[in-house]
Design a protein around this ligand. Sequence first.
Ligand SMILES: [Mn+2]
Length: 338
Amino acid sequence: MELLTHKRIHDLLLSAQNPVLVSDVRLDGDSLGSVMAMYHFLREHGKSSRVYVAEAVPEQYRFLPDVHVCSTNATIFDDSTIDLVVVFDCSEAAFVESLVERIDGNPTVINMDHHKTNPRYGHVNQVLVDAPATAEVVFRFLEANHVVITKHVSTCLLAGLCFDTNMFSNSATNERALDTASHLILHGARVQDVIRTMFQNRSVGALKVWGAALERLTDHPEIRVMTTVLTRKDIETHQVTDDEIDGLSNFLNLVADTDTLFVLRETKEGGVKVSGRSRTQDVSKIASAHGGGGHAKAAGFTLVNACIVEKDTVWCVSRNNETHPIAHALRFEEFFRV
Ligand SMILES: [Mn+2]
């Protein structure tokens, strides 16, 4: 089935007249690397495509070849000649629907992803949940179709793979991830640029915000869970972008002796974004229960109309005029053995 779907996607891509490639609504190294790899594959096969991203490409990814072609202008979908939409690393059907419904026609939608929570919204769905990254799904697509992998494609795919495996350190890292990486490096991927982007990109402000989060770590030893919080004030005082603090959960997951951790941070929209990581528990269950999604070992959700407050030295979530300690507010007792 996987092979047949790879072949079908290949046929659809090469016969499309006006394809548009779309990355996840939350742009990251994997969704961007995957979408750009496919852009280069098409270009090398004499086909032009347009690339839509929901937010501007962060500075750190400017090394990706031709990443300037990414557009944040959704009016590109107001075009009845679009016959194919290919979506990468996105498990949010509503986001894809909101774009596709602008097209006055019936484009085919291809969904390439690896999220366990992907609802299979495409006409063609290649959702491989055993893949460590969507970049790996794209790699398998290219291999299945005997495509020669070029330098540009390799660099884009390696960026995706390194991002989602946190440089081959988290539990998504399997034998395949390392095997794929070795193929990509053999095909000329710019590995030093990728490493710099993943690790050597934090400002002093971002590290100070990490410091605040480290000071506030709270242990829940009976359920082997750890939590910490960041307020808007922390984020704004040090003028760090949300993107700059994204790596905090991955960093803690790498170094902490606790199996499961949650990083809570206040968003500019007046909510609390919760990122969960675990080495042993399925955190996608708690994320789904709160309206979010993700993978078993890495998932997230946002509590709307919520804020973080400190009450008697205990960090709490305040919502609907009620203030509860984090464990109670997130309903840990339903998801973890207490
Ligand atoms: Mn991914």
